[in-house]
Design a protein around this ligand. Structure first.
Ligand SMILES: NC(=O)c1ccc[n+]([C@@H]2O[C@H](COP(=O)([O-])OP(=O)(O)OC[C@H]3O[C@@H](n4cnc5c(N)ncnc54)[C@H](OP(=O)(O)O)[C@@H]3O)[C@@H](O)[C@H]2O)c1
Length: 312
């Protein structure tokens, strides 16, 4: 099979021929049709220095073409999507365990396309985990820092679907994304003071913050928009829970793979929302597998806001 492999430390990755993977007793073998691109893909390569060699990517949609002899839920021909953290997804084939919370997989509903399915798993499940962890009720106000990004756009829609009022931040050039999401307030962090703007609009403070920006220092400042007793969650492990507790606030770090939403049920609930028209998947660019490395650099550059997918 062909796959985009990182073979050298500080290398970007390159398209290679690899032996086809074989499923173990509890695994499904998937022929990938579309892979989704996420920040974790370049972070694994450039920040976490994952042991080499490895195949880039993790989110996929495709068709089951083989199953281990202990597999119960899937059969050849099933359309599936999920997260292949171990075997990667910028590839023609991948292998995932049929039941592993750190690599969830689920069937794709009949009315959901492969590109939408491939764009959902990591960002959609993180959004779902973040919104559910904050435990808001209809009518309460959630500020999403980084609402213009992939997780932010999913989180805004999931929150609004539950009747939660949403405010968000992003750069001024992405303000139309806030309009398209129908959120009630969009603050451009590169033009206005976020804390001041949100405080002016919500003098009693917002109920919760979901912080998706790559700025650990800013998280403490951002918490100034919270009402007494409010909660702040971060997806970049930037929250010091003790710091917030001393101030009468709740601080949470959301790690997808430690969250119950990282599961077959989590994937299915997202896909059902897409099927019912309650969740729009913000795909902004489609590339081919041969252009995967350039597509990942585009994601890293933050020049476009939303999901990039790769046709395999
Ligand atoms: N912990 C986990 O399990 C987990 C899982 C999934 C994702 N994540 C992390 O969650 C983050 C978001 O993921 P994503 O896929 O949504 O990434 P993304 O599509 O690249 O979006 C990043 C967002 O952050 C915004 N941003 C960047 N700097 C900002 C600042 N100084 N102030 C306000 N907003 C700022 C961007 O706004 P503009 O583009 O408008 O500038 C954009 O909305 C990434 O760091 C990702 O690695 C963690």
């Amino acid at each position: 099979m062909r796959a985009v492999v990182v073979e050298h430390r500080h290398g970007l990755g390159a398209l290679k021929d690899l032996p086809d993977p074989a499923p173990g007793p509890h695994d499904v073998l998937v022929r990938i049709s579309v892979a989704g691109v996420n920040p974790i893909d370049w972070k694994n390569r450039d920040v976490y220095e994952r042991p080499i060699p490895f195949v880039l990517g993790q989110d996929f949609a495709g068709v089951v073409v083989g199953t281990g002899d202990r597999v119960r839920h899937y059969a050849e021909g099933d359309r599936v999507f999920g997260i292949a953290r171990e075997h990667g997804a910028y590839a023609e084939l991948t292998v995932v365990p049929e039941d592993d919370r750190t690599q969830p997989v689920a069937k794709i509903p009949i009315d959901v396309g492969d590109a939408d399915a491939a764009a959902l798993p990591t960002a959609g499940l993180t959004a779902l985990a973040g919104v559910e962890r904050l435990g808001l009720e209809a009518g309460q106000v959630l500020l999403i820092v980084g609402v213009s990004g992939a997780v932010g756009q999913f989180a805004a829609q999931i929150a609004r679907d539950r009747g939660i009022r949403v405010a968000g931040t992003g750069r001024a050039g992405n303000a139309e994304i806030g309009d398209a999401l129908g959120i009630e307030t969009y603050v451009a962090y590169d033009r206005d003071d976020v804390v001041q703007s949100i405080r002016t609009k919500y003098p009693n403070g917002v109920d919760a913050v979901l912080d998706l920006a790559e700025d650990a220092e800013a998280v403490k400042r951002t918490a100034d928009v919270l009402r007494p007793g409010g909660s702040i969650a971060s997806t970049i492990r930037a929250v010091d829970a003790e710091h917030f507790k001393e101030r009468g606030l709740t601080g949470l770090n959301v790690n997808l793979f430690e969250s119950p939403q990282s599961s077959r049920e989590g994937l299915r609930s997202l896909a059902e929302m897409v099927k019912q028209g309650r969740l729009r998947v913000p795909i902004v660019a489609e590339r081919n597998l041969v252009d995967a490395v350039a597509a990942l650099e585009l994601q890293k550059s933050r020049k476009i806001a939303g999901k990039i997918v790769l046709s395999i």
